[in-house]
Design a protein around this ligand. Sequence first.
Ligand SMILES: [Zn+2]
Length: 55
Amino acid sequence: MAKFPEAMKALFDNVYICMNCNATNRVDIKRFRLGKAKCRECKRKQLRPKKRGNK
Ligand SMILES: [Zn+2]
């Protein structure tokens, strides 16, 4: 498969992991900065950005 760095970046940039239940959440960066981002599973606001792999 061909790699599309820009596409991968877009995919991972808005993904946050809930620190409470480890659910993945697609969150818009604007909402995240405004503090409106929350887990869709447990509704908590304790989210962390998903770490991107090296490849
Ligand atoms: Zn959660």
